[in-house]
Design a protein around this ligand. Structure first.
Ligand SMILES: NC(=O)c1ccc[n+]([C@@H]2O[C@H](COP(=O)([O-])OP(=O)(O)OC[C@H]3O[C@@H](n4cnc5c(N)ncnc54)[C@H](OP(=O)(O)O)[C@@H]3O)[C@@H](O)[C@H]2O)c1
Ligand SMILES: *[C@@H]1O[C@H](CO)[C@@H](O)[C@H](O)[C@H]1NC(C)=O
Ligand SMILES: *[C@@H]1O[C@H](CO)[C@@H](O)[C@H](O)[C@H]1NC(C)=O
Length: 332
């Protein structure tokens, strides 16, 4: 025990970036609130038809319960995922059990594309809150810059108008921080030039094949935190598209690095994103993976190891949603 304390103490003294396993350090946002530096994703993915997979069982609720038990404090959901009810049920249970208090948790949800009218934002957020059984969110995001009515026609409402609805929601105390998702640099710059309230967060895809260095640099300069979705990209054979660039989990260079730290290739991939300054939100409904994915705060990559990983950058998107490419607000 004493030896263990000595070793953890030494580790802590050696590097500030290395912290206790299972605890994601907090990062300060530009509005004064804080966000845990890793979260749990809860999207069940696409069906073959390209729509969001239906929720068939209570696997998301179970996943969120275990995640909270093993130290996650940041959960990512969205109206379109149909998982808000399960996220809410898990939170309610863990608060009732005394495992966490509401203020220890950081809960994100997102405004769907069919609610871009500024006056539609607060009602949409209230519906998310009802499904989550919460009275406030920590973060609400405009899910996409693209608006689209339920009948499929594009809603040409300017996202800068939608943003006014987001500010209204924040002013009413329904959400602590507001931000955007899937905006490109041009769109961010335009929004920043039109509003007095800066987005606190940009959520975009970041992984080995899409490292987003320009976008991350821009956000650092603007003090906008970057949350990285689909953090594993095409790392797993089971998920990778046939044309997806390497690496997979059997890449020799990655296996050598992972072995050295007694970690998996998946954990090394998450650690790389953290060292890029990104907040990853890995999704899993598998207990072992949920546990593993947060055990990435007790080691640090060497510069040469990061340089190897830099070579995997291909500007390749896993989530392109090309069906919206004819919208004037399509970001990619
Ligand atoms: N803003 C947006 O537009 C947007 C878009 C996409 C995603 N997101 C958010 O980002 C989250 C994460 O992205 P994602 O779900 O697309 O992809 P992801 O987290 O990169 O990958 C999830 C997949 O990896 C598997 N997995 C997880 N951990 C693993 C491990 N340690 N070893 C092996 N396999 C593992 C999961 O399987 P099991 O679950 O079966 O274990 C699942 O199939 C989403 O859930 C969602 O919350 C946001
Ligand atoms: C689609 O819905 C919008 C909003 O309700 C409406 O203004 C528009 O006319 C509809 N378009 C079609 C083709 O039905
Ligand atoms: C961002 O998206 C807008 C709208 O589609 C497009 O006009 C612009 O060229 C894009 N900018 C970048 C940097 O991709």
């Amino acid at each position: 025990m004493i030896l263990f304390m000595l070793i953890t103490g030494l580790l802590a003294a050696c590097s500030e970036a290395v912290s206790k396993p299972g605890v994601a350090p907090l990062i300060e946002l530009n509005d004064g609130h804080t966000i845990p530096s890793l979260g749990l994703g809860t999207w069940l993915g696409f069906t073959k038809e390209g729509t969001t997979a239906p929720v068939k069982d209570d696997s998301v609720q179970k996943a969120v319960e275990l995640a909270i038990d093993v130290g996650y404090r940041h959960i990512d959901t969205a109206a379109i995922y149909s998982t808000e009810e399960q996220v809410g049920a898990a939170i309610k249970k863990k608060i009732a059990e005394g495992v966490v208090a509401r203020e220890d948790l950081f809960i994100t949800s997102k405004l769907w594309n069919d609610r871009h009218a500024p006056e539609a934002v607060v009602p949409a957020l209230r519906e998310s809150l009802a499904r989550l059984q919460l009275d406030y969110l920590d973060l609400y995001l405009i899910h996409w810059p693209v608006g689209q009515f339920e009948n499929g026609t594009f809603d040409l409402t300017d996202y800068a108008e939608t943003w006014k609805g987001m500010i209204d929601a924040k002013n009413r105390g329904l959400v602590k921080s507001i931000g955007v998702s899937n905006f490109n640099i041009t769109q961010l710059q335009r929004l920043l030039s039109m509003t007095p309230v800066k987005p606190a967060v940009l959520q975009v895809e970041v992984n080995f094949n899409l490292q987003q260095s320009q976008l991350i640099e821009f956000c650092k300069m603007q003090n906008i935190a970057v949350v990285g979705y689909t953090p594993f990209g095409s790392l797993f054979h089971s998920k990778a598209a046939p044309d997806a660039p390497p690496p997979r989990t059997d890449e020799q260079a990655l296996l050598r690095i992972a072995d050295k730290y007694h970690k998996s290739v998946a954990q090394v991939a998450l650690r790389y994103l953290i060292e890029l300054g990104v907040i990853p939100i890995p999704k899993s409904v598998t207990p072992k993976r949920i546990r593993d994915n947060i055990e990435v705060f007790d080691f640090q990559l060497k510069r040469q190891e990061r340089e190897v990983m830099k070579t995997y950058d291909r500007n390749y998107r896993t989530i392109a949603v090309t069906m919206w490419k004819d919208s004037p607000y399509y970001p990619f």
